[in-house]
Design a protein around this ligand. Structure first.
Ligand SMILES: [Zn+2]
Length: 479
């Protein structure tokens, strides 16, 4: 990779994180190297999800863009408490006219949502829908280890200029479009209020069966491994062990395909810009190879990159084009954004974290992995001096506060300062090589588990053989 390209891609980290975390100076490490061998006899303390869900979603879209959905979910109580209610995120309701008015956030084209029916094991149930919180009362308590089947029948239309759940031109982006079962921990449902910055929903790894029917001329790109182009207008698929299901219904897109080993990378766009789409597929292929080698296997056989919408990760599919509140980014920033979203396939997709209470764990790691990928292909070294300088310009807030405890500067901490913290761990520990080794070990321990800040600190202390928490107390608010 040329110096210029690296410079651009590093600059584009700013676009993603709204920070000035640019790495430009050089640093040489002379300290001894710690190895992953130190991580033997280490008992994990991962965060339990409390709920376990299997979804069955049947979706029909008509020519006017009206959706009819039947979602059935079998939920198992894997907590230690008896439940008297079930709690779901129902995000389509955040973009209706009423909710928008309540929040003083009017949309020119709001969503419409009609929840017709909720049943529990086939019997009509009482429920309450307030903003994105859908609570279903249980007439009889659900004891630990037991299952319940909940059916939802609903219709919706998509808003324009929504957030992730949105319509853009003739394209329909179905993100978080079904009632998503919350996690349950510390004797309560772990459901926070929706926010329009960051990801405020947290779900367990779940299984999905999907059946869809869309009008002719549209093609579906989704979390499925078997999306085709041009795709059929009706189909069924299954995706197991993923945090959520994403479905894009696209009108006559342009699709570029590239193989990286046995993984099909598809770049999907809407402009006459084949050269750019090809370049994106090259970068994606290169990054995928690097992450597979240095972190762990990519968990699917297809990776879709939709060049539209806000940069965002979903299982097996990402969107990349813009950042919050601005138009499309330039091509180099776009490529960097694609690498960042691909990195999330490991940090979010495989190693889970609560994105409301520990957002840095996926955003900081995705930024760090992106920086690592960029630097590994160059002769540049990690620019620690510049990082230090940038830290001086920030208020000394921790990087692991819940989303509602930051002001507009949230990204500087959750994306920027947190990835600097990760770099600092390797300043005395073999730099890039040490970082690659750490990521692999971290992945091996935490794949398909949920990490929180305390566990990250516990693991890292063990890995680096640190005597106390003093390094981490500079960066985190710890118990
Ligand atoms: Zn991200």
């Amino acid at each position: 990779m040329s110096k210029k390209l690296i410079w651009y891609s590093l600059i584009s980290i700013i676009m993603i994180s709204f920070t000035t975390w640019i790495f430009i100076t050089l640093y040489e490490s002379e300290e001894p190297i710690r190895t992953a061998d130190t991580v033997t006899n280490f008992a994990l303390k991962t965060a339990p999800s409390g709920s376990d869900s299997q979804y069955n979603i049947e979706l029909t879209m008509n020519e006017e863009g009206n959706f009819h959905i039947e979602t059935s979910v079998i939920i198992r109580n894997i907590s230690k408490d008896s439940w008297s209610e079930l709690v779901f995120y129902f995000i389509p309701n955040m973009f209706t006219e009423n909710t928008s008015l309540d929040l003083n956030r009017s949309l020119e084209v709001p969503s419409t949502v009609n929840l017709h029916k909720v049943t529990l094991n086939g019997e009509q149930a009482d429920y309450n829908l307030d903003k994105d919180t859908l609570t279903v009362s249980l007439s009889k308590k659900l004891e630990p280890g037991n299952d319940i089947k909940v059916d939802f029948t609903y219709d919706f239309t998509l808003p324009e200029e929504g957030l992730r759940f949105t319509k853009n031109n003739e394209n329909y982006y179905l993100a978080q479009f079904y009632p998503m079962v919350a996690t349950y921990r510390d004797h309560q449902w772990n459901k926070e209020d929706y926010r329009f910055r960051g990801e405020t929903y947290h779900t367990a790894f779940s299984d999905f069966k999907v059946k869809y029917e869309v009008p002719d001329g549209y093609t579906v790109a989704s979390s499925s491994d078997s999306d085709q182009y041009p795709g059929p207008s009706n189909n069924t698929f299954e995706v197991n062990h993923v945090k959520e299901m994403f479905i894009a219904i696209l009108y006559q897109p342009k699709v570029i395909q590239k193989m990286e080993e046995d993984i099909t990378i598809r770049v999907v766009g809407f402009e006459e810009n084949e050269d750019l789409y090809k370049e994106i597929s090259e970068v994606a292929s290169d990054a995928l190879r690097y992450f597979q080698k240095n972190i762990g296997p990519y968990p699917f056989t297809q990776l879709d990159i939709i060049v539209d919408e806000l940069g965002m990760e979903y299982p097996g599919i990402v969107t990349a084009n813009s950042v919050y509140g601005s138009g499309p980014v330039n091509p180099n920033a776009l490529k960097n954004m694609v690498v960042h979203e691909i990195a999330h396939q490991w940090f979010y997709g495989v190693i889970s974290n609560d994105p409301y209470n520990d957002a840095w764990l996926d955003e900081g790691f995705a930024n760090f992995a992106t920086g690592l990928y960029n630097l590994s292909g160059s002769n540049q070294e990690v620019p620690y001096e510049t990082m230090n300088k940038q830290l001086e310009d920030l208020e000394p807030l921790p990087v692991n506060l819940p989303l509602d405890e930051y002001d507009r500067n949230m990204s500087s901490y959750v994306y920027g300062k947190s990835s600097t913290m990760l770099w600092k761990l390797f300043e005395q520990n073999d730099g890039i090589k040490g970082a690659e080794k750490f990521l692999k070990t971290y992945y091996d321990h935490y794949k398909y588990k949920e990490v929180d800040t305390e566990e990250f600190v516990r693991f890292s202390k063990h890995y680096f053989d640190l005597e106390d928490d003093s390094f981490f107390r500079e960066w985190f608010l710890l118990e």
